[in-house]
Design a binder for this molecule. Structure first.
Ligand code: ADP
Length: 266
């Protein structure tokens, strides 16, 4: 009888306890969800004034033309840079907030990745050239891929942009694209971005995928960044049920390897 009562008491206290804790959790989950929706909405609303500011600066530059003083021209250029920086930050925050709130719509399709990569190359080469970095593409003539076109392009952009940013002048960045297999022997898109940059020490290698994490502020202080890029990259890879790995040696360079299985997602 004693053992029976003890078991009964245990079961009742477990049931009461778990239902109470569930009830206590409901308002917390609700406010958490509300907060995430708020960040998503706020970031979205911030985009409109930023794009208005951007075009207003363009109009001012055009209207004033030759009459504008050297000083005012520099002020306008600084304003444009800042608006651009803030637009990137707001877009990144919006991506993360939307994914947190479950508001993103990843849309899978089958498409040739090469024209996408070529377009990206055209937009990013000027940055590489301005930093005296050689950016090489190693891609097949065509590459049929299953995934979200815009997100995969964004993923490549983040990795290549970082590789250029964290590589000193006269370095090299290589992009390798091919079809292969992942560790589970599934047919996978293989993306490798390799640089001859500053490298990342082992202690930081896991942390760099965390939001807002930037390695040793002193080493990267003069390099612009927010610490969000790789968090977004990781999220995109996870949405595609893929993996992202880093191999890096301080002072020698880094290689980011992404594998995206080519199976239709549920
Ligand atoms: P951001 O570049 O905006 O700071 P990321 O999330 O893209 O943010 O990267 C996080 C950090 O990881 C960077 O601040 C940098 O310290 C480090 N990092 C990323 N890519 C590289 C790279 N290719 N080489 C060296 N360090 C890198």
């Amino acid at each position: 009888i004693f053992i029976g009562l003890a078991i009964l008491f245990f079961i009742i206290s477990f049931l009461v306890g778990s239902s109470m804790s569930k009830r206590a959790m409901v308002p917390i989950i609700k406010s958490y969800t509300q907060q995430r929706h708020f960040v998503a909405d706020a970031s979205h609303e911030l985009r409109t004034p930023l794009s208005i500011l951007n075009s207003s600066i363009d109009v001012l530059e055009l209207e004033e033309g030759e009459n504008i003083s050297e000083f005012s021209r520099n002020v306008l250029m600084d304003m444009k840079d800042e608006v651009k920086r803030m637009t990137t930050l707001v877009n990144d925050l919006l991506s993360l907030a939307r994914s947190d709130a479950g508001l993103t719509n990843i849309s899978f399709e089958t498409f040739d990745f090469i024209p996408v990569v070529e377009q990206l190359d055209r937009s990013i080469q000027p940055l590489a050239v301005s930093r005296h970095i050689k950016l090489n593409l190693h891609t097949p003539a065509d590459l049929l891929v299953s995934g979200d076109k815009e997100r995969l392009k964004q993923l490549l952009y983040i990795l290549i942009d970082n590789a250029i940013k964290y590589t000193p002048q006269h370095g090299t960045v290589n992009l390798f694209l091919s079809m292969g297999v992942n560790d589970d022997h599934e047919e996978s898109l293989l993306i490798q971005v390799q640089d001859t940059g500053i490298g990342i020490q082992p202690a930081d290698q896991k942390k760099i995928f965390n939001r807002f994490y930037r390695v040793d502020k002193n080493r990267t202080k003069q390099i612009e960044g927010t610490g969000i890029g790789l968090a977004i990259a990781k999220w995109i890879v996870e949405e595609h049920k893929g993996t992202i790995q880093l191999s890096s040696h301080l002072g020698e360079g880094s290689v980011f390897t992404v594998k995206i299985p080519q199976i239709s997602p549920k």
